[in-house]
Ligand binder design. Structure first.
Ligand code: HEC
Ligand code: HEC
Length: 214
């Protein structure tokens, strides 16, 4: 990882960056002590766990992960009726150890140290049809589904396909993106108009499965 403190050729820059007040800097080492409880459902290296329906966290944008943890805490995600998995995760996000911003940022910094490894795929559909459907999604998720932080669109490439499908169904059912002040979620929910039927979800996810990491 880039560490300005190690750049000897730029002493002045290093002086500013390394001796500036650092109380709020995210600390992956601190975050490591908060992660063990997450392992059961997200895997020791954040690669997910199908049996627990826990998605992959490795390789995901840090701001997105942070935003989702805050949504679970506030009830803007995981509180909808019938969303058993969301409720489970919401309960996890409310542990006393995670009550400060610093703790959440440290935890996400630790997740950021996990290598983004490929996971097995299971969804089969019409990839060519999916490619056509995906054109609308690219504006916010990127042409390789790598995620576009400026649009708040998370990475979809490399995520478990069963999880992607489950989330599309949740947006459709109003179990995600339901809170009035959760604009990103409402935006995504409104995009579900592009996917008219379940075969569309399957095809678009089958296409995302073909995209590789750059
Ligand atoms: C009991 C199982 C369980 C535990 C323990 C757990 N999670 Fe989760 N987590 C889930 C499930 C299931 C989901 C997907 C919820 C859904 O379907 O909306 C999830 C979703 C998430 C998401 C959203 C991912 C995305 O792509 O939107 C984040 C971030 C997350 N968990 C972080 C954590 C962290 C950090 C911890 C440890 C403090 C943790 N989870 C502990 C089960 C768990
Ligand atoms: C206008 C921007 C926009 C477009 C277009 C868009 N999305 Fe999204 N998408 C988002 C945002 C923002 C989020 C995160 C929302 C939240 O916080 O719940 C998201 C979340 C998702 C998630 C959940 C990811 C996770 O890790 O939990 C999936 C799956 C998804 N989008 C698939 C799609 C597909 C497939 C399309 C095309 C049919 C699409 N999106 C089009 C903005 C968009």
């Amino acid at each position: 990882m880039f560490s300005p403190c190690k750049i000897k050729a730029l002493p002045f820059l290093a002086l500013i960056l390394c001796f500036a007040p650092s109380a709020n800097a995210a600390d992956a080492k601190q975050g490591a002590s908060l992660y063990p409880v997450c392992s059961a459902c997200h895997g020791p290296k954040g690669l997910g766990n199908r049996a627990m329906l826990g998605p992959k966290l490795a390789g995901q944008d840090a701001d997105y992960l942070l935003a989702q943890l805050r949504l679970f805490q506030s009830g803007a995600r995981g509180s909808a009726q019938g969303d058993a998995q969301g409720r489970q995760m919401a309960a996890m996000s409310k542990g006393p150890q995670l009550s400060s911003d610093q703790a959440l940022e440290d935890l996400v910094a630790y997740i950021g140290t996990f290598p983004n490894q490929a996971v097995p795929t299971s969804v089969e559909g019409d990839k060519d049809r999916g490619k056509g459907l995906y054109q609308t999604c690219a504006a916010c998720h990127g042409d390789r589904a790598q995620g576009l932080s400026q649009m708040a669109g998370p990475r979809l490439q490399g995520q478990h396909d069963w999880y992607l499908l489950s989330q599309l169904k949740k947006y459709r059912a109003g179990q995600r993106g339901y809170a009035a002040d959760h604009h990103a979620g409402r935006q995504m929910r409104s995009m579900m108009g592009v996917l008219a039927k379940e075969a569309d979800y399957i095809d678009v996810v089958a296409y995302i499965n073909t995209l590789s990491q750059e």
